[in-house]
Ligand binder design. Structure first.
Ligand SMILES: [Zn+2]
Length: 122
């Protein structure tokens, strides 16, 4: 049994195959202040990495949509903390445009001191 099933991206509706990168949202509900305490099953939905980047770089949702706001904040935070989602989206975009796959190697990049970078920039 696979770890996950192919599911549509909740934003673009494209199928997120099990071999594609995505962001998963897990959700469940439970009662508070009600006895007995009830808890639902947990479900999971997916956002493809291209949509995740579009969400992170896009406009903040209206405050009147708290679930969308929570998703926006979580994707922004995760994307800002680590470039893995950006890299996965970039690789997915290259695949969609039928460009050959390449892996970024940020360690090979030259890190310039600020004064050298300013000189090089002109
Ligand atoms: Zn999508």
């Amino acid at each position: 049994m696979p770890a996950r099933a192919a599911e549509p991206c909740i934003r673009c509706k494209d199928l997120v195959e099990i071999n594609l990168a995505a962001v998963a949202f897990r959700g469940a509900v439970r009662t508070v202040g009600i006895q007995p305490r009830l808890e639902s099953e947990q479900r999971q939905v997916y956002v493809c990495v291209e949509c995740a980047i579009a969400i992170a770089m896009g406009d903040e949702p209206p405050k009147s949509q708290p679930l969308n706001m929570m998703a926006y904040e979580l994707i922004c935070q995760m994307t800002a903390e680590n470039p893995a989602i950006v890299v996965a989206a970039w690789q997915q975009l290259r695949k969609r445009l039928q460009l050959p796959p390449i892996s970024p190697n940020f360690a090979e990049g030259e890190i310039l001191a600020p004064e050298r970078a300013a000189l090089r920039a002109g």
